[in-house]
Design a protein. Structure first.
Length: 287
């Protein structure tokens, strides 16, 4: 009985393989005929519709890809972007949003200072990175709220109402950001990138390109953040030195000084209201 079943299973498997090969051969030999017929029909249809698409071809591109026909509209008479390109621009801006927030806002200075605070306390991963980044983001929104409000009033609302074009909206939206960055940037950093870009003397800041202002602003933010971090480190270094010298005088060479100094540093930070003091002074550096 088992031999009979195995024999029939083998025969069915052979039949399935033969049918599979026949289907493949049919598809291979039938595809050129079908593609030729489709191409001929497409050419005839394209010839009939060529007179109706002359005006559209001026504003876009059209053609055939095998049996498929495409028509790409690249613009209109007013020179505005089509909905397809608008969606592409929006998706690009969304993907670059984190970089834009880091580059042209107060986020860089805030997050670097918060990491200096954690390192000075010696608490390793407390507070976690998610907490520090979240706090930096909300402080960034708080500091930049006047700028964002001005951008919304001067660029976003008029553009949505159709009062201005997209180019005018971009120019109006960049003006508050440029003003904010120029207020924070150091003149020597601005001069450094102007010299690299081979830009001579300018009569006003409006002549300075945005591509020069942004890197100069980032360098200035890093310099200020490192200065603030140095000031934060000083009291905690004093505590570490006192604890280390005390342990050495007591002969406790094998006891790590950081194990003893960490509670004292946390206690000092709490008694001095460290978070309120640091955040308050950090926010005031932007005004």
């Amino acid at each position: 009985m088992n031999t009979f079943v195995k024999k029939h299973v083998r025969s069915m498997g052979g039949i399935i393989r033969i049918l599979f090969v026949i289907c493949i051969l049919t598809f291979i030999f039938a595809t050129p005929v079908y593609a030729t017929e489709v191409d001929n029909n497409t050419v005839d249809t394209a010839a009939e519709e060529s007179t109706d698409t002359n005006d559209a071809s001026d504003a876009g591109l059209n053609g055939n890809i095998g049996p498929f026909r495409f028509n790409l509209d690249t613009g209109n008479e007013d020179g505005a972007l089509t909905s397809t390109l608008q969606i592409l621009v929006i998706l690009t801006l969304i993907s670059l949003a984190p970089s834009i927030i880091i580059m042209v806002t107060s986020f860089t200075r805030i997050v670097v200072v918060l990491h200096f605070v954690r390192s000075a306390l010696g608490t390793q991963t407390t507070p976690p990175n998610q907490i520090l980044i979240g706090l930096a983001l909300f402080l960034t929104f708080f500091i930049m709220s006047p700028v964002f409000t001005q951008i919304n009033n001067d660029a976003m609302k008029p553009l949505s109402n159709g009062e201005i074009t997209q180019d005018e909206a971009i120019t109006a939206g960049m003006a508050p950001l440029r003003e904010f960055m120029l207020d924070q940037v150091k003149p020597k950093d601005l001069k450094l990138f102007m010299d690299i870009a081979e830009i001579g003397t300018v009569k006003s800041v409006d002549e300075i390109p945005t591509t020069v202002i942004i890197p100069a602003f980032i360098i200035s933010e890093l310099r200020i953040a490192f200065i603030i971090g140095f000031v934060i480190y000083i009291p905690f270094i004093v505590i570490d030195m006192v604890v280390a010298s005390t342990l050495m005088s007591m002969g406790m060479m094998m006891l790590p000084p950081t194990m003893i100094s960490m509670p004292f540093k946390i206690l000092l930070f709490i008694l001095a209201d460290g978070w309120g003091l640091i955040i308050g002074e950090l926010v005031k550096t932007f005004y």
